[in-house]
Design a protein around this ligand. Structure first.
Ligand SMILES: Cc1cc2nc3c(=O)[nH]c(=O)nc-3n(C[C@H](O)[C@H](O)[C@H](O)COP(=O)(O)OP(=O)(O)OC[C@H]3O[C@@H](n4cnc5c(N)ncnc54)[C@H](O)[C@@H]3O)c2cc1C
Length: 490
């Protein structure tokens, strides 16, 4: 048996889970995978640590594969675990399942557990429950220093640090961070428990996280009033009629760039014009916008890299918000619950900009204005929930390991400001732009490079695409006569 190659993965969300499971399954030689993750379970990460029963996946069960070669696994787990029995509301009339994110988390950690020790090759996955803070290279090995457990060593390092935890941005001020009436991170499990039923609540942002928060409050029969504001007043779109009306079938992501985009110049303006034209053409044939949009979404990973940087920036500045509301869709259960509360006047959505927040002893005073007005109207709330989305551009600032990697020149920021520059095989480019085969980056920190590697099937497919190249790198490592050093973990 050749010596096992050691792969250290920093971050233990769904990207790490998909990577570790696929690597164990694909490698013909033993690989020791160590996942450094401070959370109790590997796989859950930011999105699937949710505990609230109303926080569900935003697409049907069957699209959430973590290994594209085994797309039916989640369905099999769902049936074997008899999830329907404990979550009778997870199914739509046509039989689609919108799983609770907490159940997805359970599935993910079970999958990693099931691959902790692989009898076929002797590969293993283990979890070091800690935070990685820095890295150095000694004797050809990465040595990742953790906060409490000393160093973890490996021949390969994979960055799977995901999305930054939501935090307050302007016009919130520094002192607001410690105000218990302002919920900075609505993804923190159970943070909504402290909202009194009669509190006047302001939700800032109207995307899927806002829908989750409002769903929870509506379910609890919140009586204090809920106002949801966002600058553009846009809400995420519902699922397509095909998803909600036709019998469920195994979804397939398109891999070919649609002809109407391929024939357009490589500019976001030209692409969005071509997409609009295609939508009109389809509408004339009785079809809907989803049928034109989805094939484009599926190949963003192909379209985005050759796009010139100024075009990428133009998209991020002007079009992304519109892309997002069409791309991330509502779980129908939440959509129905909140729509009913809106009709009853228990929830209001408004297009408005948050200008000022003042924390007074008796209330949070908030200035809201319409897009055109210079000054706004003042309102009083008892609680404010920040649902303005994930600030992917700032992830590295608050993450000591990413900060350190940048400092020592082992990675460089993507010119869009989102994540890091990587090769087509997810190799990090160092400060000089040289790809490092033993340092890989997967998932959201590659969003600047690939556009949209954010949802589960897209991350799983990204891992699948880079695996042959990565396995080649591991193969050359295991052929080397390296001494098997002990991990310096207490
Ligand atoms: C609220 C929400 C709902 C979503 N719903 C869906 C959905 O329904 N369907 C879908 O397909 N996608 C969904 N997504 C998108 C997708 O699943 C996420 O993008 C996914 O969370 C990315 O996984 P990840 O493992 O890369 O990152 P994360 O989930 O962010 O996990 C990264 C992990 O890295 C750890 N970490 C970071 N830095 C360090 C460090 N220095 N040392 C050790 N550990 C570190 C963190 O603790 C974290 O657990 C959702 C995302 C969110 C935020």
């Amino acid at each position: 048996m050749p010596a096992a190659a050691r792969v250290v993965v920093v971050g233990g969300g769904v990207s790490a889970a998909s990577f570790a499971v696929q690597l164990v399954r694909s490698s013909l030689t033993p690989v020791d995978i160590t996942i450094i993750e401070p959370r109790e379970h590997v796989g859950r990460g930011l999105a699937y640590s949710a505990t609230d029963p109303d926080h569900r996946l935003n697409a049907p069960l069957d699209v959430h594969w973590i290994d594209p070669q085994r797309p039916l696994e989640l369905r099999q787990w769902f049936e074997a675990a008899n999830v329907l029995h404990r979550d009778t509301g997870c199914r739509t009339a046509n039989g689609q399942v919108f799983l609770r994110r907490s159940d997805m988390g359970e599935y993910l950690s079970a999958k990693v557990q099931a691959h902790a020790s692989d009898a076929r090759t002797g590969s293993s996955i283990r979890h070091v429950r800690d935070t990685a803070i820095s890295v150095r290279i000694r004797d050809g090995l990465y040595r990742v220093t953790t906060e409490h457990h000393g160093d973890v060593a490996g021949e390969m390092l994979v960055i799977a640090t995901g999305n930054p935890v939501p935090s307050l941005r302007a016009p919130f001020r520094e002192e607001h961070r410690s105000d218990p009436r302002i919920i900075a991170n609505p993804l923190e499990p159970d943070c909504l428990h402290r909202i009194p039923q009669t509190a006047r609540v302001l939700v800032v942002g109207s995307g899927l996280t806002a829908l989750d928060i409002v769903s929870t409050l509506v379910r609890r029969d919140h009586r204090g009033g809920i106002l949801v504001v966002s600058r553009r007043g846009l809400k995420p779109q519902p699922q397509s009629p095909e998803t909600l009306q036709a019998p469920p079938r195994l979804p397939v992501l398109t891999t070919d760039v649609p002809g109407f985009i391929e024939s357009a110049p490589t500019r976001v303006g030209a692409w969005s014009a071509a997409l609009r034209k295609e939508i009109l053409r389809m509408a004339a044939q009785g079809q809907n916008w989803y049928q034109a949009f989805d094939p484009v979404r599926d190949v963003v990973w192909k379209l985005w890299p050759p796009l010139p940087t100024p075009e990428k920036l133009r998209f991020l500045r002007r079009l992304r918000v519109f892309y997002d509301v069409h791309r991330f869709r509502t779980p129908p259960m939440n959509e129905a619950m909140v729509a009913e509360a809106e009709r009853e006047g228990r929830v209001h959505y408004e297009k408005a900009t948050l200008r000022t927040v003042e924390a007074h002893a008796d209330a949070l005073k908030v200035e809201l204005s319409s897009a055109t007005a210079d000054s706004g109207k003042w309102h009083e709330f008892d609680l404010v929930v920040n649902c303005t989305g994930l600030d992917s551009g700032s992830a590295w600032r608050s993450n000591p390991l990413l900060h350190n990697l940048l400092e020592i020149g082992m990675v460089r920021l993507h010119p869009t400001g989102i994540g890091f520059e990587v090769s087509e095989h997810c190799e990090a480019l160092d400060a000089a732009g040289v790809p490092l085969p033993t340092l890989r980056v997967i998932g959201p920190p590659t969003a600047g490079a690939f556009g949209d590697p954010v949802a589960i099937p897209f991350i799983a497919n990204q891992v699948r695409r880079m695996l042959p190249h990565l396995l080649g790198t591991l193969q050359s490592i295991s052929l080397k006569d390296h001494t098997h050093e002990q991990y310096s973990i207490e």
